[in-house]
Write a protein of this length. Sequence first.
Length: 359
Amino acid sequence: RAYNFNAGPAALPLEVLQQAQEQFVDFNGAGMSIMEMSHRSAAYEQVHNEAQALLRELFAIPDNYRVLFLQGGASTQFGMLPMNLLTAGRAAAYAISGNWANKAVKEAKLIGETIVAASSEGDGYRRTPALTDIIVPEHAAYVHITSNETIEGTQYQAFPDTGSVPLVADMSSDILSRPVDVSKFGVIYAGAQKNLGPSGVTLVIIREDLAAESPKSLPSMLRYDTHIKNNSLYNTPPSFAIYMVNLMLKWIRSSGGVDAIAQANQAKTALVYDTIDNSGGFYTGFALPVSRSRMNITFRIHNEELEKLFVKESEQQGFVGLKGHRDVGGLRASTYNAVPLESCQALAQFMADFQRRNG
Ligand code: PLP
């Protein structure tokens, strides 16, 4: 298997892929694949409900929250969220931490009044905004944060206290990577394709009362209450993707749950960050240490030609996805839940060896 450091879609555990392979043409003796089954069948509904129940268990989601499986990616949530929550006379407040937060606020502006609650642009998005800088306007419908900036490689280490104003988080690139107190949030959403499974399904965790006030003019598919009332089965769900999410959640559970996953992520990323910090300046981290992500490690080499050589040689040695995003440049290793420790050990070794040969 490749050492897969792709930013997304990202690595899945080999066991999960093998389980899916075993059941691919014949799901539990049904004589057909899960993707050939009616989404109204008892067999499919069991998978659907099991995935929801596992999410509740693993992420300790309180009873007054609903778990939805939607389509359109996190990018659709950038618009759907303000369509539902940004009601007349209110404003949506956004903490701008980088590329994805900017995309989210851009969509909200199309729907209603938005306020920049804080921004780390002045720091070149090398950190998330300081919690004490986040302004919560009284008439805010919600405060939106991006818990992990996939491109810059920054991550909130703690979350702001927004009082009675609902806190909303785009957790696309760090959902289930660490324990989170869900009761501090009004809405959490995430595309599945990094930590939860394949692309095609988007997770939304929403406090029930927040779905009660959607404007009457909203089309059915864009209303949270439609999906709540219909248990995410209003129309045909992405059944195969949800099946894969269910397998992935079982894998997280058998790995010891989210606490164990968080510890593993800490150990995995420490190997790479330590290599950067002990390189005597050969490698430099892009994110400031206060905001370093445990999911996306962004770093540079002082010389762009060497960065190109690093990518080329890494590919020859079985590493995938280490080229940085064009907006930040340099290099990036995405170390999502399914990336094994061995991949990070191999990367740290490759980095040290590359420095020895080129430093
Ligand atoms: N938000 C973050 C933090 C992301 O990393 C991404 C995708 O990389 C998105 C949103 C967009 O997700 P999607 O492709 O599911 O629309």
